[in-house]
Design a protein around this ligand. Sequence first.
Ligand code: GDP
Length: 441
Amino acid sequence: MGRGALGIVRLSGPCALEIAEQLAGPLPTPRSAVLRHFNDETGAAIDQGLVLVFKAPHSFTGEDVVELQGHGAPVVLAALVSAAIAHGARAARPGEFSERAYLNGRIDLAQAEAIADLIDAASTQAARAAQRSLDGEFSARVRALTESLIALRVYVEGALDFSDEDIDWLGQGSLHARIAQWLLDLDALMQQAAQGRRLREGLTIALTGRPNAGKSTLLNRLAGSEAAIVSPTPGTTRDVLRENILLDSMPLTLVDTAGLRDSDDPIEREGVRRAKEAVHKAELVLFLADGRDVDANGRLDAEDQILLDAMPSGLPRLILLNKCDLTEQAPGSWQHAGEQGFRLSAATGAGIESLLQALRQHCGLADSHEGVFIARSRHLAALHSARVAVGTAQARLQEGAHAELAAEELRRAQQALDEITGPFAADDLLGRVFSQFCIGK
Ligand code: GDP
């Protein structure tokens, strides 16, 4: 609901045509528009506009649908809605049109979610990716994986039925090769889905390092604001501070974490605890060190190295040697002992552009977005569960363990994939998905 040149009241369901007729008089033939007066419940004309009819099943919801396209005046729209309700309609729940489209088999669950993502898209890249998901590209890839998984299940379960024969069906190399190929296909899809999720949900980046390394200054520099408190006294950033910025329209959440050091102050200790938690949740860590503490060979200070060693392994990170304005070193890239990063100055801004370029690379913004589709954390979680289950099945078969165990894992993997497109989705999942929609979609 809002003010605008046009406003549309949409009716869907078995009584939609009847109710629309009461509001707007004789209806046009389906898929053609006529100009009509719209009446309130007393029969008085309150607006005029176009009437469009879509007969079931050829409509968005799969039911009879009528659109009354009037003027976008909130009072007029409210009067029209209450007239419709007086004639027997009821207000739609958030996402109910899409939910009915899903329940009537017009779209699958991932496509329904793509509608909401298209409406909420923060960038044209995200909108394009959502459109691709809405077209069913993502669903088609998931379905293809499901199909080959079913073929694997048929093979393994079939082999179980013939297990008393002499042929070792399950020991055959071709089965293992097929499973290995399936996992590769899944990994490729996961990678694209992860990129699609980043487009939608952005990326969380933790800034960490010793007190006074310049984390707050860098956060301010990146955010272009004075959100973080910068102070020359070590240990001032006690809470976890978040700043959302757009990098080429990709939402990034930067989390400035309390200086990671031991402290007797309970407030600071709490800050350190939250900082560690934020680091674990981040997808990229920017580790800041004072560039003056790096020795002539490019080796980090021992204290920095200890902190770095304590970071979760496998979490991508960049080392930023800050305050290069106070050193003899020019800004630019830096490498040492397998670590990579940049010399820069958060205070002057020198070297920041190289950092931004690295962030673009990391977010996949430097790549083309051809073929990326929007995806959600729940999709990635489902793909991940499928991967774990098939990986376990593979291990079971290789161990020569009971094939029933492998078959069960494959069944679980299929269940996980089904959750994405939703043929057997649980009611509470549907509730969660559709309640996040806006009203009227
Ligand atoms: P934090 O504790 O890691 O958040 O560090 P701050 O951002 O509060 O910075 C600590 C001190 O270092 C402040 O006095 C900053 O002005 C200073 N500082 C931060 N970055 C730079 C830099 O690139 N060059 C210089 N010269 N000083 C900096």
